[in-house]
Write a protein that binds this ligand. Structure first.
Ligand code: PHE
Length: 381
């Protein structure tokens, strides 16, 4: 008994100077802000899965070494409900209460735009996997993203419509209460007109989370007789808009942006979304070995193939954790500097940030065929 006590005492003494019986280990919190509930909840589920997978791999590989102490990550996930004010409080909570070393999130540009000023003011690095609105990273030098931006995405679809589909006129219907559709609508319009096309109708509504009837705007659009319908909204709104358009006999080809990426697009829209094309960040059909091994591991773990949200959240978290490891520090400015100098290779491509903390990334174009997402082509910037 006495001997046992003596051994414990010696161990405690040695541990207190940081060597011996068992090496000291540390745990730090990493935060995530995603829409786990509400009209775009599939975005949250996929994104959280991607982060969880990256964190588990990071911890299993030994974590980071901070001041000689092996340090792993505890992941704290917050639900922003797709609402900017909820995302802002989530950022406050993660920073003030959980003392996170960084934030992965949000998905929706409007939510990231509300949370980012809080992270910036606190000097906590934040990386959004998928917020594409151009203004997001302009909030400040602690704000990064893992995806291309909407001026590129709008051009990709304008080119595809004008040159590949050969349409010379288009109509746009977008949510003017949301920075992402608003920006993407403008970017598409500008590019389509620059190519020589005409926007024959440019219609808006306010908030797809509460709008159920798009017939007034669709009536104006039908009267303008467009050859293409561009719907840069999230999947729930886009599916309903297409359903109502088809009911009204507006049967022209339709397209959208990354916000269409959800299994719910087809579940809600059915035959109305068939043939639709949209720009996206990632396709599970990419034959590269890195993508295919990620798809296999993710599917085995979560029971469904990863979408772009899962892939980019995995990359965003992987990039952040790689920078944390390289910095060997929990200080926000050290991690920020390491992120700025990253050469991280994710499954959606190699990362290098420009002066505004935007990476240069390719887009893919996906078509809904027989109710499935089919990869069409990759467009380089
Ligand atoms: N790009 C969208 C935004 O900025 C979010 C999104 C990305 C949605 C990818 C789906 C897929 O709001």
């Amino acid at each position: 008994m006495r001997r046992l006590f003596a051994i414990i005492l010696v161990c405690a003494l040695i541990a207190s100077v940081g060597v011996g019986c068992k090496a000291k280990t540390g745990v730090v919190n990493l935060g995530g802000i995603f829409p786990m509930t509400g009209a775009s909840a599939t975005f949250g589920t996929s994104s959280k899965n991607g982060v969880v997978m990256a964190v588990e791999e990071f911890n299993a590989a030994g974590g980071a070494t901070v001041d000689g102490v092996k340090t792993t990550i505890n992941y704290v996930n917050e639900d922003d409900q797709g609402a900017p004010e909820v995302g802002a409080s989530a950022a406050q909570k993660l920073i003030n209460q959980d003392k996170v070393i960084g934030i992965i999130g949000a998905v929706m540009s409007k939510v990231t735009l509300a949370a980012a000023p809080i992270a910036q003011a606190a000097g906590v690095p934040e990386i959004s996997p998928t917020s594409t609105n151009a203004a997001v990273t302009l909030v400040g030098d602690y704000i990064f993203r893992a995806c291309f931006i909407d001026p590129f995405q709008g051009t990709v679809m304008a080119n595809y419509a004008y040159n590949t589909l050969g349409v010379k006129t288009a109509a746009v219907l977008y949510d003017n209460a949301n920075d992402y559709p608003k920006g993407l609508a403008e970017n598409f319009k500008k590019s389509f007109e620059a190519l020589g096309g005409t926007i024959v109708a440019y219609e808006a509504f306010t908030d797809e989370a509460t709008t159920v009837d798009y017939k007034p705007q669709l009536t104006n659009i039908k009267a303008a007789n467009p050859a293409f319908l561009y719907l840069p909204n999230y999947y729930g709104g886009a599916a309903l808009q297409l359903k109502q358009a088809r009911e009204m006999g507006l049967n022209v080809p339709a397209g959208g942006g990354d916000g269409w990426d959800s299994p719910e697009l087809v579940a809600i829209g059915g035959a109305a979304v068939e043939g639709g094309v949209f720009s996206n960040h990632f396709s599970k059909d990419d034959s590269s070995p890195a993508v295919q091994s990620f798809v296999a591991a993710y599917t085995a773990k979560f029971g469904a193939a990863p979408d772009a949200l899962a892939a980019l959240a995995y990359d965003a978290a992987g990039l952040f954790l790689d920078a944390f490891k390289n910095a060997g520090s929990i200080k926000g400015s050290d991690i920020r500097d390491a992120m700025m100098n990253t050469s991280f290779v994710g499954i959606s491509g190699a990362y290098m940030f420009d002066a505004n903390r935007n990476p240069i990334k390719s887009a893919v174009i996906i078509k809904i065929e027989n109710g499935q997402q089919t990869y069409l082509t990759t467009v380089n910037p």
